[in-house]
Design a protein around this ligand. Structure first.
Ligand SMILES: Cc1ncc(C[n+]2csc(CCOP(=O)(O)OP(=O)(O)O)c2C)c(N)n1
Ligand SMILES: [Mg+2]
Length: 888
């Protein structure tokens, strides 16, 4: 577009000038608003009459806020600079010292060096720790900038020198500091894990949206509270970072401010060496409907731009690519004079009064508190849209020999000369011994800078970051709340999914906690038979329903409302997970406990948004992940990309995730009831994953005393009729029914008696066994403790055939405690779109395969005739020569 315009020839310069003069006159006489109005109308007319106008997605490469529109800086610049310099010093000292003492321990200097002003202006003027009795702003700090956040907390007296000394030594000395923002490791400090790039931006967007949800549902008070997200320019390449931008504009989230620290570099080199990252992001965010504020040039440039009558300075700014801008900061003032200003005589002349050093010190906008303050002020005052601030900075700012160099990201240690240059550059006044030893420094409390720092924080409602967990207000409902799930089903029988929907409805209607329940669905409500909830509880729509739905006259119409309870997210598991995260951590961020249920296609959970789930665990999130259409053979008619046989394996990798694979309605009721008790009433840092299936079958009455076993992971579901089982059958989910069928087959056709067990959680059984084993290992002098899996089935006779709709590795988790007893049948391999019967035969998890496996194993053990076992395979339709489904 740009090129096309410059290539055009002016056929009548006089006429062009008349138009421009007319415009000048309007601005002069009626002001810029009037001029803007007229131009807009002219443009509209132009389109109507067929004039092709270029669509411009970019504004010029200068600051969005003109100098004449700026307000003066309200703070004490000298004191704030002193505070910032001390923060820089302590951050640098922390990383550098640690690498000297413990080479290679890590830490980052360059990121904080570039973002310091952006944080400090926030800390001194914008980040509210509270609004009256309400919690304050939610700030997502760029993960690798953590040293600066620690350094500030040290100045504030919230962390000690000992903390800083133990940066990344949290396993050695106490108290330690974690590398990055991790609520799991520092639960009183960090709120948001941000260091897996891309997780911060998407979570921040949904956080802002969730804040509105809580306000609109009148669960929290309305405040001017903001969500601030500090992001790297390289980080914006992650698909999650920009994937949900239009949600923020669609929802008019003016409580959201993104600040992108555009230091033009990532880890290996420039973010966009051959282009301009700021312009690229501006276009994308403007296109997505955001308010965009560019902060590119510091105050020193105002005069140059003012005197740029030829327009060549702006042209030079626009024609340089980021690779060149990086070189300007890496190679010094003489280089900038020659290569940047020297391109045109007019621009060279603009800086003839400046020394090379002064030219080098011409600051970028993100390092200028006045520019940053004005951008933040404009952002928090903007209404109706989220705001993006693009702050141009220098990576490794002020750190000699690494500033703007390609390897700067990984620079961890500074030599003595570099340390001294750093001090000079920021004019850091320190006692001699502190400077010499590169130790930490906090001025006395009586000093003007400390008094100022504390006063500013007092004005802003306290210190931050800080994570607070209030006492629980939730009492788990009684199990009887779910009576309908406990006493068996009548025809037409439901699936576990339908049973769950019943349970969810009962919970939503619950007097005390119903309002706290947050159903989250990524466009699958009909898949799970949940459309009945739409009308009853409403779909959250921040602006209400602006149309009459076509099905309005139907009982179950698509009802959207401003205080709707259901979050219908559309097709975004990542976005849904971000909502789940906002809801599952609301107990701390908003001091209100919410109970989210995120119901999705189990295949599109752990493997698709696993990193967001990991961050949720780090953030001590609570709630229920419900993996619908679970099982590689139970979900029929879909095929390889839908059929999930491994989410339980992935769930086992998340330390705070309790994963269950229930078979019957009452099992779900018991697990959810106890889950609410543990997560909320007892405030355990824990969340749940439950598989839900879509196969309909009779739901039995809950056996007496089964609850404990259900929660621990196993209970006997059906004993052998003669009471003398020679064999044990384990089943989970709908495959439990196959085990029951196999039990009958074995007894009736082969005279083999067996017990059937429902295994609700191999994951939990294994964890308990590992804990017990560890205790035994560490207490050799004490009587040995017995893992639950052993005490539960140790006395039962014979081999164990475990069958599951998940991979064999799921049951195998408990094999070490059942030596040589287990034969596992599972669904390793790629799925098919055939029906259940064929799928189960293919994966060898049907009743026939279970019975055949049992007879085969008994034959090997010498407890059954070998020839008879071979014949049985044939009778049961098990073809020994078929291809292995694991590879098919
Ligand atoms: C998902 C993910 N991939 C890779 C990394 C490793 N990593 C850490 S920082 C970084 C570069 C960050 O660049 P940028 O976002 O521009 O931040 P800056 O340090 O320049 O401010 C990379 C690749 C990560 N933390 N997370
Ligand atoms: Mg960067």
């Amino acid at each position: 577009m740009h090129q096309k315009r410059t290539e055009r020839v002016d056929l009548d310069p006089q006429e062009t000038n008349e138009w421009l003069d007319a415009l000048d006159q309007v601005v002069e006489e009626a002001g810029p608003d009037r001029a803007s109005f007229i131009l807009e109308h002219v443009a509209k007319r132009a389109r109507q009459i067929g004039v092709d106008l270029p669509i411009r997605q970019n504004t010029p490469y200068i600051n969005t806020i003109a100098p004449e529109d700026e307000v003066p800086f309200p703070g004490d610049r000298a004191l704030e600079r002193r505070i910032k310099s001390l923060t820089r010093w302590n951050a640098m000292a922390m990383v550098s010292r640690q690498n000297k003492f413990d080479h290679g321990i890590g830490g980052h200097i360059a990121t904080y060096a570039s973002i310091a002003t952006l944080f400090e202006v926030g800390f001194n003027h914008f980040f509210h720790a509270s609004y009256g009795d309400q919690p304050g702003d939610l700030v997502y700090f760029q993960g690798h900038a953590s040293p600066g956040v620690y350094a500030r907390a040290f100045l504030e007296g919230r962390l000690t020198a000992e903390h800083l000394e133990n940066f990344r030594h949290e396993l050695r000395d106490h108290p330690g500091l974690s590398s990055y923002p991790h609520p799991w490791l520092m639960p009183g400090f960090w709120k948001f894990p941000t260091v897996s790039m891309g997780i911060g931006p998407i979570n921040a967007i949904y956080q802002a949206r969730y804040m509105r949800y809580l306000e609109n549902r009148e669960l929290i008070a309305k405040t001017p509270r903001k969500v601030w997200a500090f992001l790297g320019d390289g980080e914006m390449d992650e698909p999650e970072s920009m994937g949900s931008l239009t949600l923020a504009s669609r929802e008019r989230l003016d409580n959201l401010v993104f600040v992108i620290n555009a230091n033009l570099q990532r880890l290996d080199g420039p973010v966009r060496g051959n282009g301009k990252i700021v312009q690229e992001l501006e276009a994308a965010f403007l296109g997505a409907g955001w308010n965009v504020i560019k902060v590119l040039w510091g105050t020193d440039w105002d005069d140059l731009l003012e005197r740029d009558k030829s327009g060549l300075l702006l042209q030079r700014m626009e024609e340089c690519v980021d690779g060149e801008y990086q070189s300007f900061k890496a190679r010094g003032g003489a280089f900038v004079r020659k290569e940047f200003f020297g391109k045109y005589p007019e621009t060279l002349q603009l800086v003839e009064h400046l020394t090379d050093d002064q030219i080098f010190r011409l600051r970028r906008g993100g390092h200028d508190p006045i520019k940053v303050y004005n951008a933040y002020k404009a952002a928090v005052e903007h209404t109706g849209q989220p705001t993006l601030i693009l702050a141009k900075t220098v990576k490794g700012y002020g750190v000699a020999e690494i500033e703007a160099r390609n390897p700067t990201h990984q620079q961890k240690e500074l030599n003595d000369r570099a340390v001294q240059l750093f001090r000079q550059r920021f004019d850091i006044q320190l006692p001699d011994d502190v400077a010499q030893n590169v130790s930490f420094y906090r001025p006395p409390d009586s000093s003007p800078e400390m008094a100022y720092l504390h006063e500013r924080r007092k004005q802003l409602g306290g210190y931050m970051p800080q994570r607070v967990v209030p006492a629980s207000q939730i009492h788990a409902p009684k199990l009887e709340t779910f009576t309908e799930l406990l006493h068996g089903s009548k025809a037409p029988h439901p699936s576990t999914t339908m049973a769950f929907v019943k349970l969810l409805t009962l919970l939503l209607k619950h007097q005390e906690i119903g309002k706290r329940v947050v159903p989250i669905i990524p466009d699958e409500a009909r898949t799970f038979g949940m459309e009945s909830l739409f009308r009853q509880f409403g779909i959250y729509a921040s602006g209400g329903q602006l149309y009459k739905p076509h099905d309005a006259d139907m009982f179950l119409y698509y009802k959207e409302q401003q205080d709707g309870q259901i979050l219908e997210e559309g097709i975004t598991e990542a976005g849904s997970m971000a909502s789940f995260t906002a809801a599952g951590t609301a107990y701390s961020n908003y001091r209100i406990e919410m109970i989210p249920f995120f119901i999705y296609y189990s295949m599109f959970g752990f493997q698709r948004v696993g990193d967001l789930i990991w961050a949720f665990a780090d953030a001590r999130g609570k709630g229920f992940l419900m993996g619908g259409t679970a099982g590689r053979t139970t979900l029929s008619g879909e095929g390889l990309q839908h059929q999930d046989g491994h989410s339980l394996v992935l769930a086992s990798t998340v330390p705070t995730c309790a994963a269950y694979d229930p078979a019957y309605a009452y099992e779900i009721a018991v697990i959810v009831q106890d889950g609410i008790r543990r997560m909320y009433q007892e405030q355990e840092s824990l969340f749940y994953y439950l598989t839900l299936y879509n196969e309909n079958y009779p739901m039995p009455h809950m056996p007496e005393g089964a609850a404990e076993g259900i929660l621990k992971g196993i209970y006997k579901f059906k004993s052998a009729e003669n009471g003398k089982a020679a064999l044990q059958l384990f089943g989970s989910g709908p495959i439990l029914n196959e085990a029951v069928r196999a039990q009958q087959m074995l007894a009736e056709r082969y005279g083999v008696a067996s017990d059937v067990w429902s295994v609700t959680s191999y994951n939990e059984l294994r964890r308990e066994a590992l804990r017990t084993e560890r205790w035994n290992r560490l207490h050799p002098d004490q009587p040995e403790r017995v893992p639950h899996i052993v005490s539960a089935v140790g006395g039962a006779q014979g081999p164990i055939i475990a069958a599951t709709d998940y991979m064999k590795v799921v049951p195998d988790q408990v094999a070490p405690w059942l030596p040589s007893r287990m034969v596992t049948l599972g669904t390793d391999g790629f799925g098919r779109s055939d029906n259940r019967e064929h799928l189960r035969r293919h994966f060898e998890v049907n009743a026939e395969s279970i019975a055949a496996a049992a007879l085969s194993r008994l034959a090997r053990d010498g407890a059954f005739d070998k020839a008879r076992a071979k014949k049985a395979l044939d009778e049961l339709g098990v073809d020994p020569e078929r291809a292995d489904p694991a590879l098919a």
